[in-house]
Design a protein around this ligand. Structure first.
Ligand code: DOR
Ligand code: ZN
Ligand code: ZN
Length: 393
């Protein structure tokens, strides 16, 4: 078969190192098939799944259970995070080679994984293999609740929770002391970017992620979207949003924090509605669009969505090829325009905060390890065709 790519962009498959696919435990929101389907249609050929499932991915049996599920359902390649708890310090170190990284929740969020005390955090940081990243969620949903208790109708009218900076400063200090790699999930504020910038200049082994949500939306969108724009960390002010673009050169990865919840769950009263939005299918289109608007170069996007993720998480496929160089290929028509709609969303929850956004640049075909898996809206990949990635070292 000859594939005619005349007039098309040939891109490496994107790597989304931050998705919540809800399998096992909340498959009414998403499962490994629907989540990876959404990824595939969005030109994302490798994902790393977060551990806040039910049961949480905090032990070898729970990891094995999740791997078996992914093995039968996935249509793109995948890896897993191990969730840190107060008590799984030794076990985490022994199963480190089976996972891409550790996820440590220093602030509370969806699920039950949370480690806030100094001692277990320090022990995880010094015991988990130093070359393998610990990814921290360094923001605290609790503080949002406190703002609610103060009678503020919308937390975004208050200043960003101070605890976010405290948790981040702690994580950086402990990473410096232990000499380990630290990757900061979803940084959202200018202050956080300054702290990370400072730490990098000092030689601390810290890298960071931003999400398309915080790059492309701000608190004005939160007003428009209501609960559907509720996310943790929250959408920020226009000036924080602008700071993310200003600091783009020190951002290492763009990850979606794809966190599906059903419409019914989101339509509950504000305090009850869960945090999170979909994102894995819309990342590449939104970033392509930013490229066509001249906000950022295509090379800078590929660095943050392919090169750096593969590097930081040491991702390999069979045959020891680095992920990103293993014929995961996306063909994009850079001229085709369309409007994002909820109907296009293949995530089980079926909605996106970007409905109505006009995009220039359309994903046409996607190859996973050389095999055509998605062809202009047709899914050719079979459940289970996605493979687990391997890790360097
Ligand atoms: O908004 C969020 N949703 N933030 C998180 O950290 C977790 C995620 C989820 O799993 O729903
Ligand atoms: Zn998080
Ligand atoms: Zn997340």
């Amino acid at each position: 078969d000859v594939i005619d790519a005349e007039g098309l962009l040939v891109l490496p498959g994107f790597i989304d190192t931050h998705v919540h696919f809800r399998d096992p435990g909340a498959t009414h929101k998403e499962d490994f098939y629907t989540g990876t389907l959404a990824a595939l249609a969005g030109g994302v050929t490798t994902i790393l799944d977060m551990p806040n499932t039910q049961p949480p991915t905090d032990s070898l049996p729970h990891l094995t259970e999740k791997a078996a599920i992914a093995g039968t359902k996935a249509v793109v390649d995948y890896g897993f995070y191990l969730g840190a708890t107060d008590t799984n310090i030794e076990e985490a170190a022994t199963i480190a080679r089976e996972v891409a990284a550790m996820k440590l929740y220093m602030g509370s969020s969806t699920g039950s994984l949370l480690v806030t005390e100094f001692s277990p955090i320090y022990r995880h940081f010094s015991t988990f293999p130093l070359e393998k990243p610990i990814v921290v969620h360094a923001e605290d949903e609790q503080s949002l609740k406190y703002f609610g208790a103060l009678g503020l109708q919308d937390h975004n009218q208050a200043r960003p929770p101070v605890s976010a900076q405290i948790a981040l400063s702690r994580a950086i200090a402990i990473a410096e002391k232990t000499g380990r790699r630290l990757h900061v999930a979803h940084t959202t504020t200018q202050r956080e970017m300054e702290l990370i910038h400072e730490a990098k200049q000092k030689g601390v082994r810290v890298t960071c992620e931003v999400t398309p949500l915080h790059l492309f939306l701000n608190e004005e969108d939160q007003h428009r979207l209501g609960n559907f724009g509720k996310v943790n960390p929250p959408l920020r002010s226009k000036s924080d949003q602008a700071a993310l673009w200003r600091y783009f050169n020190i951002i290492d990865t763009i990850g979606t924090d794809h966190a599906p919840h059903t419409r019914e769950e989101k339509e509950q009263p504000y305090s009850k509605a869960p945090s999170g939005m979909t994102g894995v299918q819309t990342m590449l289109p939104l970033l392509l669009n930013a490229v066509s608007q001249g906000k950022v170069s295509l090379e800078a996007v590929i660095e943050r969505c392919v090169v750096n993720p593969a590097e930081i998480f040491g991702l390999k496929t069979k045959g020891a090829l680095q992920v990103g160089k293993d014929a995961d290929i996306v063909l994009v028509n850079p001229e085709e325009e369309y409007v994002i709609s909820n109907e296009q969303i293949l995530s089980r929850c079926g909605w996106t905060p970007f409905a109505g956004t006009r995009i220039k640049g359309k994903v046409q075909r996607v190859f996973v390890r050389g095999t055509l898996a998605y062809d202009q809206g047709r899914v050719l990949a079979q459940p289970g065709s996605g493979k687990p990635v391997a890790y360097q070292g």
